[in-house]
Each structure stands twice: as structure tokens, then as C-alpha cells.
Design a protein around this ligand. Structure first.
Ligand code: DC
Length: 220
């Protein structure tokens, strides 16, 4: 049986940063499921699919072959054989991913792949529905959150470091809109699994959060 660590939470709570540290420490693979929804979003944009048209999105989703490969422990996402990893982290793609991820056809396709990976390999997997739907029997479940103001400030600092001049109020508005979209959709909405440990990272350092999760995994 593989060992499974599930981390769910809203955008910007620090899931991927923390999950990578925990995975490296445990020598597990890190599965970023958001990147798979983002690859699906890239596919829809490339094919001019109207994201509000479920039939169109569903028909297209069947033609998107999304797979993961690991190079030196880093996840690469392939879309119909092409490595699209470098194209996934834009705001536009994130917002499109949030829209198309509400459809059953998209979710079933990606959840099957995620379950399959975690059945064979020890994983730290992060997303929105990992503890509730993808890995309901995970060994450790964490719901990682932080206030929208703190998440907006983290994003703001990242963009400033890249030389951009972002509007922090707009960033927070986008975060709140994305939370609402992810939490209120009908299928697999973002919510804390009953048996997940909730960690509010608003006033914790990255190391403190990672240590807390490692202690849940039985590390001292
Ligand atoms: O974690 P992220 O920002 O890369 O995710 C992008 C979008 O994908 C997110 O807004 C909702 C969707 N998503 C999902 O529905 N289920 C997951 N397990 C992961 C992401």
C-alpha cells in the first residue's frame, strides 16, 4: 500500500510550497493536481472552446490526454505528448482552470489519473478535492488555509519581486472570486474533509507549516 498525504485548500494558501518540502523530506513524489486542470484549461483556450458550454468542454476534454512525468523529482505535465509545464502558471490559465474544473467530464478524467498514480506510489498530492474525493483514505489529510488578505499580500510580494506593479485590492478581489467559484460548485467543491487537520498558515512560517505536516506523518 502506498503512503498518501492529501493537502487541500484555497488558492494562495501555500499548498505547493509546503507540499514540495514535505515530499522531498519523505522522498515521496509531489503531485500538483491544479497543474492538470491548468493543462486542461490551456487545451480549451487553444481550441477556442467556450468555457460556459458544458457540452463543448466535455467533448473536448475526451480528446485531451494529460499525463505526468518526473524529471529530477520535478513534475512535468504533458498535454497530448507536449510538455506544457512552462505555460501553466499565468492568472488567465488559473482562472480558466477554475471554470472548466466544475464539469464532471473534466473531473472524472483527471481524478482517475490521480487515483491511479497514488495507488502505486507514495505521494504528497495537493488540490481542492484530494482528501474528500481523490484519496478519501489518505494516511494524512490537511486543509491548509490563510486569510484572503494574507494570500493577496503573498501574491503581491511575488509579483513585485518580478518587477511588476500590481494592485493589491484587485488581487484580493480575484482571490475571493476564485474561492467562491471553487467552494460553491456542485461537483467536488473545495471543503475540508471531516477527518482533515486544518492549518491556518496566515501567521506561520513555511518551516512551521511543513514541520506540522511532517509531525502528522510521524516525523519528529
Ligand atoms: O491550485 P491551482 O491554482 O493550480 O488550481 C487551479 C484551479 O484548478 C482551481 O482554481 C480549481 C481547479 N482545481 C480543482 O478543481 N481541483 C483540484 N484538485 C485542483 C485544482
Amino acid at each position: 500500500m502506498s503512503y498518501q498525504v492529501a493537502i487541500d485548500g484555497p488558492a494562495g494558501a501555500g499548498k505547493s510550497t509546503i507540499a514540495k518540502i514535505v515530499a522531498a523530506k519523505k522522498s515521496f513524489i509531489y503531485v500538483d493536481t491544479g497543474a492538470m486542470y491548468r493543462a486542461m484549461a490551456v487545451y480549451m483556450v487553444r481550441n477556442n472552446v467556450d468555457p460556459s458550454n458544458e457540452d463543448e468542454v466535455s467533448a473536448r476534454a475526451e480528446k485531451a490526454d494529460i499525463s505526468l512525468e518526473y524529471v529530477d523529482g520535478i513534475q512535468h505535465v504533458f498535454l497530448n505528448g507536449e510538455d506544457v509545464t512552462g505555460q501553466l502558471r499565468t492568472e488567465e490559465t488559473g482562472n480558466m482552470a477554475s471554470v472548466v474544473s466544475k464539469y464532471t467530464a473534466v473531473r472524472t478524467r483527471l481524478v482517475d489519473i490521480q487515483k491511479n498514480i497514488a495507488s502505486k506510489t507514495n505521494v504528497v498530492m495537493d488540490g481542492r478535492d484530494i482528501g474528500t474525493v481523490v484519496l478519501p483514505d489518505a494516511d494524512v489529510k490537511v486543509y491548509l488555509t490563510a486569510s484572503s488578505a494574507v494570500r493577496a499580500k503573498r501574491r503581491y510580494d511575488e509579483l513585485v519581486a518580478k518587477g511588476e506593479k500590481p494592485d493589491i485590492n484587485k488581487i484580493e478581489e480575484d482571490i475571493i472570486a476564485r474561492d467562491r467559484q471553487d467552494m460553491t460548485r456542485e461537483i467536488s467543491p473545495l471543503k475540508k474533509a471531516d477527518d482533515a487537520v486544518e492549518i491556518d498558515s496566515s501567521y506561520m512560517t513555511i518551516e512551521e507549516v511543513a514541520d506540522k505536516i511532517l509531525s502528522l506523518c510521524g516525523e519528529k
